[in-house]
Design a binder for this molecule. Structure first.
Ligand code: GDP
Length: 538
């Protein structure tokens, strides 16, 4: 029988956990769907026609996502391919949900960046790329929509370098003329892959024909001109391009680049196979007790997402745990760092689109969903009671939009409070109370305005409570403290009336102000006051 160490080594070697980052509409949902299709996890990808009218994809969970046609929550998808176990963490593309996205990026070992061939590097791609860079995770690039006219491959490589500051190494290269590519040249295998006519409109996996370089048959198919252009490009890449270097890829400084079309399945399988070969296995994590290696036999993991009411039929709340080390067993007991308590993990769940399955075991890199009776928070560490530690903190984002929120119907106050508390614990909103304003309303802080719509929608649908919302003219929050630690009331602060004096959930004083100028005034007039962008106890 294999020892636990051997079992862990084998399972870790098989695992790839990543997120797809892109600007909205670059093709993230389509590519995710196609990866599942190749993994055999689904059999027919949503056809383009039905997608256009009803916009419905396998990773869409909540009704709001379908209604608005954007992906609001991160979902987790798992499938097997060629003996590997793939975990894809979907990230919302909309900029207002960047916080959720950042947290998801804490739970992956690499990222796939989709670039629309016609649009190149877009705003949201830049932001998400920056987070991946900060974390130093390897980034793989998929240039999508090659079935249409787009920028020239060499220009896209320049754009990655100039706009994002990352060098690229094309793993394959399109053959043919912009807009009518016929296939790709695989640089590693030095062979040609031509795609058969797409008769299923991308619904089924596509058969390709493989040719050795010296086989005249492919030249005949693509034409002399396209073949000559390809030879020129290959030479150029060889002479003037980057060298492939694994260490530079692992450090997130060189991105392996793939060309394809998610919609027509062009280049998707090549991408998947090469990605699996090159992408890192689950990485060690920094903790209060040094690096925790995935093959450490003692279990550990952390909460990166909390979500309630995903299934309207059961009013449940799930905490999503990324396993960092050891083996996860159903019904095991773990130490929960923030509460200092031993918790029994009942009914762990794994995800494939809308089907949840109860699981018995899971390994580093996997994501499990746990029923959460209300004890878990974002970033919480769970570990073996015989080796207690805490993983490094998650980044927090200062709120930039504020609204006064109250229940329309005062009789519904209890549900209103319950819903607001829930969304706060999920990290969807930040909650403040205005000092001296009574408890009928809260001040809600968010990073983006769309979060207010989600708040309104979810309170109505999940808690049957309609709310009133008044936007407040503030854009900045600062946590306040004096060096001697004495309590601060509005009376202790000169110019408190230039903003709004509130308390956060832990009772810490916070001042909301409208701009940097107001902040400067407060700073000048309260010289020994300390102002923090996040709570001081973080
Ligand atoms: P997301 O917002 O990044 O998830 O993007 P989607 O996957 O929803 O794709 C946005 C739009 O681009 C949809 O209409 C897709 O059908 C279309 N699309 C995705 N991939 C391709 C592709 O390879 N070629 C073309 N022509 N369209 C694509």
């Amino acid at each position: 029988m294999a020892t636990l160490k051997e079992e862990l080594a084998r399972e870790i070697e098989k695992r790839r956990t990543f997120a797809i980052i892109s600007h909205p509409d670059a093709g993230k949902t389509t590519l995710t769907e196609k990866l599942l299709l190749y993994g055999g996890a689904i059999h027919l990808a949503g056809s383009i026609k039905s997608r256009k009218t009803q916009r419905h994809a396998v990773s869409d969970w909540m009704e709001i996502e379908k209604q608005r046609g954007i992906s609001v929550t991160s979902s987790v998808l798992q499938f097997d391919y060629d003996g590997y176990r793939i975990n894809i963490l979907d990230t919302p593309g909309h900029q207002d949900f960047s916080e959720d996205t950042y947290r998801t990026l804490m739970a992956v070992d690499s990222a796939v960046m989709i670039i629309d061939a016609a649009k190149g590097v877009e705003a949201q791609t830049r932001k998400l790329f920056r987070v991946c860079r900060q974390r130093g995770i390897p980034i793989f690039t998929f240039v999508n929509k090659l079935d249409r006219f787009g920028k020239a491959p060499l220009d896209l490589m320049d754009e990655l370098e100039n706009v994002l500051g990352i060098r690229s190494y094309p793993m394959n290269w399109p053959i043919g003329i912009d807009g009518t590519y016929r296939g790709v040249y695989d640089r590693e295998k030095n062979r040609i892959e031509l795609f058969a006519e797409d008769v299923t409109h991308g619904q089924e996996t596509r058969v390709s024909e493989v040719f050795e370089m010296d086989d005249p048959a492919w030249v005949e198919r693509v034409g002399e001109e396209a073949a000559a252009a390809l030879f020129d490009d290959i030479e150029l890449l060889r002479d003037a391009g980057e060298e492939f270097d694994r260490a530079t890829v692992d450090a997130g400084e060189l991105t392996p680049m793939f060309f394809g079309s998610a919609m027509t399945n062009f280049g998707v399988q090549n991408f998947l196979e090469e990605y699996i070969r090159l992408a890192p296995t689950p990485a060690p994590r920094i903790s209060s007790d040094g690096l925790i290696e995935p093959d450490d036999e003692k279990f550990s993991g952390f909460v990166f997402k909390i979500q309630a009411n995903m299934n309207p039929a059961h009013r449940d709340r799930l905490a999503f745990i990324r396993i960092s080390s050891g083996k996860f067993d159903r019904n095991m007991s773990v130490w929960h760092a923030p509460s200092g308590k031993l918790i029994k993990l009942a009914q762990p769940q794994q995800f494939l689109a809308q089907d949840r399955q109860i699981i018995d075991t899971a390994y580093p890199g996997d994501i499990v969903g746990l029923f959460d009776p209300g004890v878990f928070g974002i970033g919480d560490t769970l570990c073996d009671p015989s080796h207690k530690f805490k993983f490094e903190d998650f980044p927090v984002f200062p709120p930039e939009r504020f609204a006064r929120v109250a229940a329309k119907d005062t009789m519904k106050r209890k549900q209103f409070v319950k819903g607001i508390e829930q969304l706060t614990q999920e990290g969807a909103i930040q909650l403040f109370e205005q000092v001296g304003a009574g408890l009928d309303s809260y001040i809600v802080g968010t990073v983006g305005t769309l979060q207010f719509e989600v708040l309104e929608y979810r309170l109505k649908n999940e808690y049957n409570t309609e709310i009133t919302m008044q936007m407040q003219p503030f854009e900045t929050a600062r946590w306040l403290a004096f060096p001697d630690g004495r309590t601060i009331t509005p009376a202790d602060l000169r110019g408190a009336d230039r903003g709004m004096f509130v308390h956060d959930r832990s009772g810490n004083p916070v001042l909301l102000v409208s701009n940097e100028w107001a902040l400067g005034w407060i700073r000048e007039n309260n010289p020994d006051l300390q102002l923090g962008q996040v709570p001081f106890d973080r």
